[in-house]
Design a binder for this molecule. Structure first.
Ligand SMILES: [Zn+2]
Length: 275
């Protein structure tokens, strides 16, 4: 997957322009989004959610988001990332306000909270679908005002897709903040709720990798170390020898930037990460 002209490209990615957006710029120093807000659709399938988010009702009350992520990790983009969509509403966090003007909105196909029925299945008012025990987790929300106990689970494929997209967006836009809708609008929103691994997403995508050392050892006899990520870059030092310990600083196109006594780029396949 890659981003070209503020649009995701890759297998399983579709684009369907929503009429519900504002033109740039965002209210950030770069005039582009620097945050990501995670939502669930609160609906029973992605197709219905996409329909709602791409419909402009004349009476108002319209919503949209940049992406809808289906249960198999399939992706529908509804607006380019340099267009402001209407997913956050009244919102603030850490002194910043109005997240429609700061962020990319990701809607995950997930029904949200559910109530245990007398027949042992899970549903809620105005919902015809029922969910079985294996589709639901029993977890408290971090916000004590949210009393719901049961939440639809997120399939791993769907979670993986969200992680991959967030990583890509961080690299492209320098994303500094990933938050749940329940963090920026705590008095009216519960999504994405406790079934979604928000803490893991934040630490995986936003953690400063140069701060916490990831180490590896050289698994080739001799390993050239270069000024950039590719064989056409000049060698910056004598080759590294087998079992030399390196610190992995960053990754690009199958190469690691590593640090030993010298710093440079090596082919990724010749480094075995040790932690
Ligand atoms: Zn939301």
């Amino acid at each position: 997957m890659k981003i070209v002209d503020h649009q995701l490209q890759g297998t399983g990615v579709h684009f369907k322009q929503t009429p519900n957006y504002y033109n740039p710029p965002f209210k950030t120093p770069t005039k582009l989004p620097d945050a990501i807000i995670i939502h669930y659709t609160a609906m029973t399938n992605a197709a219905d959610a996409i329909k709602v988010l791409t419909t402009k009702k004349p009476e108002g009350g319209n919503a949209s988001a940049h992406l809808v992520i289906g249960k198999q990790g399939e992706i529908t983009q509804l607006a380019k990332f340099n267009q402001r969509t209407w997913h956050a509403g009244d919102s603030s966090y850490n002194g910043r306000k109005g997240y429609n003007s700061l962020s990319i909105g990701i809607e995950i196909d997930n029904v949200g909270w559910l109530i245990k029925q007398n027949n042992g299945k899970f549903s809620r008012a105005r919902l015809t679908d029922e969910y079985t025990e294996d589709q639901v987790v029993n977890l408290p929300h971090f916000n004590p005002k949210v009393r719901h106990e049961y939440w639809e689970t997120y399939p791993q494929k769907q979670i993986d897709a969200v992680f991959e997209i967030c990583e890509l967006l961080r690299k492209q836009y320098g994303i500094i903040e990933i938050l749940g809708h329940d963090e920026i609008s705590p008095n009216r929103k519960q999504d994405p709720g406790p079934a979604f691994p928000m803490d893991e997403l934040k630490s995986e995508v936003l953690s400063d990798r140069s701060g916490e050392a990831v180490e590896g050892i050289v698994n080739a006899d001799l390993l050239n170390i270069r000024a950039g990520a590719g064989v056409n870059f000049e060698k910056v030092a004598q080759p590294l020898s087998q079992n030399a310990e390196v610190e992995i600083l960053e990754e690009s196109n199958g190469w690691y930037k590593v640090s030993t006594k010298v710093e440079g780029w090596v082919s990724k396949k010749h480094i075995t990460p040790t932690r």
